[in-house]
Design a protein around this ligand. Structure first.
Ligand code: AMP
Ligand code: MG
Length: 489
């Protein structure tokens, strides 16, 4: 187990050509205080849990002290935002401090978000507010708990420094961790600038560090693209089956590792609504819940376009063509598991389609429904009242339940065994907006950070029954149903 003094940061990204980044020092936060420290993320870089108590992290990650070996920089990227190409974005409020190699030989980027202006800030303040830092911190750990690929979060440091958003809020920094923060937009910037040698250098760098199995392959570039394509498709399948909407799926917010990245105005659905739009500024619903799989593919198309100088059109097309089957395969696999079906049968598509229709028209809670379905009893004498009560139209539910019962009987399903399988894939606890909001209100109005830590622990094991935490599985109270979240963070 290590202490901060034992971390020797390297920064391989800093050794890439100058065009890839800009040197940037964090602007210290005045009078910083610790808000939350995540020992689970600390363990990824072998940090002893004792470092939390000692508190150096508050100075280190407010930009007041620096880590040995740090070579801080802002990464350059561009991206398609809401369908339009924006030629220069880059880390406007994040700084890559460097990489840590853990004892298992894995490397983790440490990125300090909200640490002040960089050469890519485009006139904005380079800060994050405590509210948005809490949302990202909790959601990335919640996604990890669900088993969904994501960036991680090490800690939040706060300060009373005022930051102007729709209202005046206070500043915070968040330490984000990922094997790499390279985005689709990191490739796009060199394609549109016609810097094809940089494009190749970036592809070689990403393959060398993150797709080592492709290093020696003569067709490594198309295989890399195919890998990004299928990982993105699989990520979308994961999001769709837990009711997660990202909110801003611009290509600068798409990870080449297929990780969920850049948590802004995201949301988990409460009532099932395929048109759910978490981001209230996305009026047209470009990034509505049911658009995500298609948008993921469109985004992979933008990456394919950017990689054309490295491969033939046919190879790029073949990589893109891998997306849809990868999505459908993983999505149907996950849906069958959610319904507790072991066998694949042709009629399943219709059975599932009808269920989704019912959930929608009855405004049934997505998470509570699937969790409850695990307890479905095949005995026709059992009314399955706990599930039925989630529906307004009982007759419609009963009709579907009869078909479901027949389907289960057809594969000789055993209730107790099936429930165990279903509970392992249908979470009991998700980061509902109102839960995050409670933690934010306590933090911003009362300097009470205990709710953040409570949620962090709860959401590490979202599939477990945690009887003393039962109330956290409740549907939102009226005030928590349509909370407005915007891009402003
Ligand atoms: P996001 O919507 O958070 O993914 O950010 C889109 C782009 O705007 C990225 O290049 C960010 O670095 C930049 N950005 C967002 N907020 C700020 C801010 N407060 N200061 C500087 N740059 C920002
Ligand atoms: Mg972003």
């Amino acid at each position: 187990m290590r202490n901060f003094a034992d971390l020797r940061l390297d920064n391989t990204y800093a050794r890439l050509p100058e065009a890839f980044h800009a040197r940037a020092e964090p602007t210290p936060l005045p009078d910083p205080y610790g808000v939350s420290f995540n020992t689970a993320a600390a363990a990824l870089i072998d940090l002893s849990p004792a470092v939390e108590e000692r508190g150096e992290w508050v100075q280190l990650f407010s930009g007041n002290h620096s880590l040995p070996g740090a070579d801080p920089l802002a990464m350059l990227y561009a991206g398609h935002q809401f369908g339009h190409y924006v030629p220069q974005l880059g880390d406007g409020r994040a700084i890559l401090l460097g990489e840590v190699r853990n004892l298992a030989g894995e490397t983790w980027d440490l990125q300090l978000k909200g640490s002040g202006q960089t050469p890519f800030s485009r006139g904005f303040d380079g800060r994050s507010v405590l509210r948005s830092a809490i949302r990202e911190y909790l959601c990335s750990e919640a996604m990890h708990g669900l088993g969904i690929p994501t960036t991680r979060a090490l800690c939040i440091v706060g300060s009373d420094l005022p930051v102007q958003r729709e209202e005046v809020e206070t500043a915070a920094t968040l330490v984000r961790m990922a094997p790499t923060h390279v985005r689709f937009g990191t490739f796009e910037v060199f394609y549109y600038r016609q810097q094809h040698e940089h494009l190749r250098t970036l592809a070689d760098y990403v393959i060398e560090h993150h797709f080592p199995e492709l290093r020696e392959a003569p067709d490594r570039y198309p295989r890399f693209l195919t890998e990004v394509s299928t990982r993105t498709a699989q990520l979308m399948a994961r999001w769709q089956t837990v009711g997660f909407a990202h909110g801003v799926m611009n290509t600068d917010n798409m990870s080449v590792l297929g990780l969920t990245i850049d948590y802004g105005p995201f949301g988990f659905m409460d009532d099932y609504d395929p048109g759910f739009i978490p981001n209230h500024t996305d009026v047209a619903g470009r990034y509505a819940f049911d658009q995500q799989p298609g948008v993921g593919m469109w985004n992979v198309g933008r990456l394919a376009q950017a990689l054309i100088p490295l491969m033939s059109l046919e190879e790029a097309q073949a990589a893109l063509d891998a997306y849809e089957p990868a999505f459908i395969t993983r999505y149907t696999e996950l849906l069958r598991a959610k319904l507790g079906l072991r066998e694949a049968r042709e009629e399943d598509v219709a059975l599932i389609g009808e269920l989704f229709g019912l959930l929608h028209t009855n405004h049934a809670d997505f998470t509570r429904f699937f969790r409850a379905l695990g307890g479905f009893k095949q005995d026709p004498a059992d009314a399955n009242a706990l599930i039925r009560d989630l529906f307004i139209d009982w007759a419609a539910w009963n009709a579907w339940a009869d078909r479901y019962r027949e389907r289960l009987q057809a594969e000789g399903s055993v209730d107790t065994e099936r429930q165990m399988r279903m509970d392992a894939v249908n979470p009991k606890y998700i980061l509902r907006n109102y839960l995050a909001q409670n933690a934010i209100t306590r933090a911003t109005e009362h300097r009470d950070y205990s709710e953040i830590d409570r949620l962090l622990v709860l959401l590490r094991n979202p599939y477990d029954e945690q009887p003393e935490m039962e109330e956290y599985a409740a549907p939102p109270p009226d005030w928590g149903k349509r909370l407005v979240v915007s891009c402003s963070s």
